[in-house]
Design a protein around this ligand. Structure first.
Ligand SMILES: O=C(O)CCC(=O)C(=O)O
Length: 282
């Protein structure tokens, strides 16, 4: 942390009910970012597919951008610069080498509007129950297997996207992180059952803040997302929840709280990774 950065500052997560209308979604995102900044947020996070949801996964191909150019990336860069914030840009489709499949990517922008990080979703969601059926691998290319941590003056931010939340080994491999940010669009069914407990578990086991902006409502194609955008502290307590429909949460976090918890309960120092490897148990 730089000398000039306070240990306590506000972070915000935005919840949306995005549609298949790109411009409308960008306008909505703009509105909520402004609200969050007015509430004092220095770091603002958007949900998965903030720019486009409501059609089949493969339809997002039409909006896939080359990394470094395109209206969605322009929007994110401008919003970060205009408001002088760190912006975790939810996710957008980025073109891959494969025709017909894209990366589901989270880009991070600094207050000058520079893109300072990219994470491509690694774990691709698949779920089938009754009428409900999802199979992301049909439309999405998985990202390279590498934990992504973005250093900022406010601390180290680890990135994951939605279904990644179910794979704790990805976050354990990140080393010292202050906050995990997980842009999401959990389904209503799986979210109701697992969202809350998975988020709290990741915060408790990594002793860090978890900021999880989500999609939350009924979308154009009938798909229902769970919402419950959340901020959790390193002790596992919920600092804020926005349950359903569009809105945002904004709360102060304190990095000294992370150190205090890690000192009081030094579980991260008690990991036996080397021993497990030696015994071939990983
Ligand atoms: O893990 C889940 O239950 C939901 C994941 C999901 O909806 C997604 O990754 O888009």
């Amino acid at each position: 942390m730089s000398q000039h950065t306070p240990s306590s500052f506000a972070v915000a997560a935005i919840q949306m009910v995005s549609s298949a209308d790109l411009m409308d979604n960008l306008q909505q995102a703009h509105y909520w970012i402004k609200q969050a900044v007015q509430a004092g947020a220095k770091i603002v996070a958007l949900p998965e597919y903030f720019c486009f949801l409501g059609l089949r996964d493969q339809d997002k191909n039409a909006y896939a951008e080359d990394f470094g150019s395109g209206p969605i990336q322009q929007f994110l860069a401008q919003a970060a610069k205009q408001h002088g914030i760190y912006l975790i840009g939810g996710t957008l489709p980025l073109r891959s080498e494969e025709a017909g499949r894209f990366y589901n990517s989270c880009l991070v922008y600094d207050p000058a509007g520079q893109c300072i990080g990219r994470y491509d979703k690694i774990h691709l969601f698949s779920f089938r129950r009754g009428e409900e059926s999802y199979d992301e691998a049909k439309a999405i290319v998985p990202g390279e297997i590498a934990p992504t941590v973005i250093p900022t003056p406010y601390g180290n931010i680890g990135l994951g996207i939605c279904y990644d939340l179910r794979f704790p080994e990805l976050f354990r491999a990140m080393g010292a992180i202050d906050m995990l940010v997980l842009p999401s669009a959990f389904t209503y069914t799986t979210g109701q059952a697992h969202w809350d407990i998975l988020l709290r578990a990741r915060a408790i086991e990594n002793q860090c803040y978890v900021l999880a902006p989500a999609q939350g409502g009924r979308h154009q194609n009938g798909r229902r997302t769970w919402g419950h955008t959340m901020l959790i502290d390193p002790w596992g307590e919920k600092l804020g929840v926005w349950e359903t429909e569009a809105g945002f949460i904004c709360h102060s976090i304190n990095r000294e709280r992370i150190q205090e918890i890690r000192q009081n309960l030094p579980a991260l120092q008690h990991r036996q990774v080397a021993l497990l490897k030696e015994k071939d148990i990983t």
